[in-house]
Design a protein around this ligand. Structure first.
Ligand code: CA
Ligand code: CA
Length: 291
């Protein structure tokens, strides 16, 4: 297995950055990542100087990727360390009416569970930041968009396929911000933040792409859209999924809208980043379609 350490990372997705390595297609790759605090919060809970948020290991040049292609990232496994970190503080996130002070905690990870103040909780590892360089200006890793980035979609875990629209030669792929668990919305501003590794396999679909990232999991497809407001992100996601489904099924517009009203789910990925992310997902087992 080809393995890449977390030593070199980027804080933005940018066509101007030089790639650190070239990734081959079709092989299992292991990419290590730092946590979203870049190791600022230690295992004993002490807080060191900030090195900036959301490092994404990369950028990687993907062999053969050209603008107009879709990069398919098959997430095979996520490796977790022995602990994760949560940090909340006044003025950040969507729970500002109740959060007081600054509260950084180290939570153990043991036997597939974590423990918050005596309550044992299940884990569901996922990737918060995953993307490619946009064709235009650089986008910092706090911000999601058409290129992917900080989408914080809890469905992006083992078993998922992420379809990213390639805008530049080599894609300039990167990922980071792993969470051992996170609820839809990420309301207090963090998941259970971890350093770790992702095992994945890459492939390309040449000459076709969607406008927004698509996530496939167990035959369920979602379109993930980001905007300044939840209203706008939700509008983009429901019309995005409409276009996606209509192009695959050839059903008329009204029928697809009805189908969406019956068996598709509109959900908040996160509402705490500079742009918020909403996904609309076709449920599993409903239609036999492909990207
Ligand atoms: Ca995030
Ligand atoms: Ca995070």
């Amino acid at each position: 297995m080809l393995e890449f350490d977390a030593g070199r990372f980027a804080r933005e997705f940018s066509k101007e950055l030089a790639p650190r390595d070239t990734l081959p297609l079709g092989q299992v790759l292991r990419i290590h990542t730092r946590d979203c605090y870049t190791g600022q919060i230690k295992a004993d809970g002490s807080v060191g100087p900030s090195l900036g948020p959301n490092p994404a290991t990369g950028p990687f040049f993907v062999e053969g990727a050209r603008p107009g292609d879709t990069l398919v990232v098959e997430v095979l496994d996520i490796g977790l360390p022995a602990y994760g970190i949560m940090r909340v503080r006044e003025g950040l996130g969507a729970m500002q009416e109740v959060i007081q002070g600054h509260d950084a905690r180290v939570l153990p990870i043991q036997g597939g569970k974590t423990c918050l103040n005596g309550v044992w909780l299940p884990l569901a590892p996922m990737i918060g930041v995953i993307g490619v360089a946009p064709g235009g200006s650089a986008v910092d890793n706090d911000t999601p968009g058409r290129h992917g980035g900080n989408m914080d979609d809890r469905r992006i875990g083992p078993g998922a396929r992420v379809y990213l629209p390639v805008a530049v030669e080599g894609a300039l792929f990167g990922l980071g911000d792993l969470h051992a668990q996170m609820g839809d919305g990420e309301v207090a501003i963090c998941g259970l933040e971890v350093a770790g590794y992702v095992d994945l396999r890459l492939s390309l679909l040449h000459g076709r792409q969607e406008e927004w990232p698509v996530v496939e999991r167990d035959g369920s497809f979602s379109i993930n859209c980001s905007a300044k407001t939840l209203d706008e992100a939700a509008r983009l996601a429901r019309y995005g999924l409409h276009r996606f489904l209509q192009s695959r099924t050839k059903l008329d517009a009204n029928t697809v809208a009805m189908l969406q009203s019956l068996v598709c789910d509109l959900s908040v990925c996160q509402l705490v980043d500079p742009l918020v992310t909403v996904r609309m997902a076709l449920r599993s087992g409903v239609l036999d379609i492909a990207f």
